[in-house]
Design a protein around this ligand. Structure first.
Ligand SMILES: [Zn+2]
Ligand SMILES: [Zn+2]
Length: 314
C-alpha cells in the first residue's frame, strides 16, 4: 500500500485494485446474455484519467470480439476485462478524433503479439486505410523481427480495412448484423453511430454526436443504447486550466449531447436501457453519480446505467 502522503499513488492503487476485482467478477459470473457487452473506457476526451479510460466498448459473441473505438489503452482494458486479444475479429471506428483512434494500430499490433493469427476487419471513416497502411510501415522493423525471430505469421495480410462514407448496412456474419447512421459531430465528418443486432440482443452505440434524429431512428426499439453524455454546467471547470479554454468550451458545447437530451433521445427511440458513457467531464467530484442519473431520467422512463470502466451491461 502506498504511503498516506502520496495521494495520487493511493488513488491509482485503489483504482487498480477495484478494476482487478471487477475483472475477477466478470470471469466468475456467467453472462445473462449470450451476446455480451463490456464497457472498456467511459471518459470523453483524449487526456488520460485516473479512474476512467478513453471511450471504447467490446461486444462478444461466440468467442469473437467486436471492438468499438480504440482510445488510448484499449488493449490493456480488454485484458482487464478478461477478453483474449487473439479473439479480436472486428474493429469499428465511430469517427476520427484521437480519443477514439489513438490505439487503433496499437490494438492490432498488440493483439498480434498476444497470439492473433486470424483475420481482422476494420470499419470506419477515412483515412482508415491510410492509417492502417502507415501504421504497419511505421512498425515494419518490429513486425519483421518478430516474424523471423518468433515464428509469427505476417500481420498486414490479416487486416482488411473498409472506409465508410454513409449510413446503412455495414457487415453481417453468423453472429451479428451491423448497421450505421451518420450523426452530427462538427467539424468531424463523417461521424457514425453503430447498431449491432444478434440473435438475442440489439445494442446501439452513439459515438460522439450532438442530439441526432438519425440516431433516434437507428436506435428504435433497441435493448441497449450507449449514449455519450455531457454535463453542461461543469464545462467551465473542465476547461479552466487549459490554454485553449475558450475555444475548447465552444467546441465541447457545440458537438456533444447534454445528458438530459440523451435521456430524451432514449425515450423517443423506445430503448429499454440507456447507458451513459463518454462522460464529459469524466472526473468531477462536483458532478455526482446521482446528478448524472437524475438528469438522464428527466425524460427517459426506462433503465439508466451510469457507465464505468469494465462494467458488463446485462
Ligand atoms: Zn470523443
Ligand atoms: Zn469526437
Amino acid at each position: 500500500m502506498p504511503s498516506r502522503g502520496c495521494l495520487i499513488s493511493r488513488r491509482q492503487f485503489v483504482a487498480s485494485v477495484s478494476q482487478a476485482a471487477i475483472a475477477e467478477r466478470l470471469r466468475a459470473q456467467p453472462a445473462a446474455h449470450r451476446t455480451r457487452l463490456i464497457l472498456l473506457g467511459t471518459a470523453g476526451g483524449p487526456r488520460p484519467r485516473l479512474t476512467r479510460a478513453a471511450p471504447s466498448q467490446v461486444i462478444l459473441v461466440n468467442g469473437a470480439a467486436y471492438v468499438i473505438d480504440c482510445g488510448n489503452g484499449v488493449a490493456g482494458q480488454l485484458v482487464r476485462a478478461g477478453v483474449p486479444l487473439r479473439s479480436l475479429r472486428h474493429i469499428f471506428i465511430t469517427h476520427q478524433h484521437s480519443d477514439h483512434t489513438a490505439d487503433y494500430g496499437n490494438l492490432l499490433l498488440i493483439a498480434w503479439t498476444s497470439g492473433l493469427q486470424t483475420r481482422v476487419d476494420t470499419w470506419g471513416p477515412a483515412p482508415l486505410e491510410k492509417m492502417t497502411r502507415l501504421f504497419f510501415e511505421m512498425n515494419e522493423s518490429d513486425i519483421r523481427t518478430r516474424v523471423a525471430d518468433e515464428g509469427r505469421v505476417p500481420l498486414a495480410p490479416l487486416v482488411f480495412s473498409h472506409e465508410r462514407r454513409s449510413g446503412g448496412a455495414v457487415m453481417k456474419d453468423g453472429n451479428l448484423t451491423v448497421t450505421c447512421a451518420l450523426v452530427e459531430h462538427p467539424p468531424v465528418a463523417p461521424a457514425f453511430a453503430y447498431r449491432f443486432d444478434s440473435a438475442d440482443r440489439s445494442i446501439v452505440i452513439s459515438g460522439d454526436t450532438k442530439p441526432s434524429e438519425e440516431l433516434v431512428r437507428l436506435a428504435h426499439g433497441a435493448d441497449v443504447l450507449i449514449h455519450e453524455a455531457l454535463f453542461p454546467s461543469a464545462v467551465d471547470r473542465l476547461v479552466a486550466m487549459l490554454p485553449n479554454s475558450a475555444a475548447l468550451k465552444r467546441s465541447i458545447l457545440s458537438h456533444h449531447t447534454p445528458v438530459e437530451e440523451a435521456g430524451r433521445i432514449a425515450q423517443e427511440a423506445g430503448v429499454k436501457t440507456l447507458v451513459l458513457s463518454h462522460l464529459i467531464p469524466a472526473e468531477d467530484p462536483e458532478v455526482s453519480d446521482e446528478m448524472w442519473l437524475n438528469a438522464a431520467r428527466r425524460y427517459f422512463k426506462g433503465r439508466v446505467v451510469l457507465g464505468r470502466d469494465l462494467l458488463e451491461v446485462d
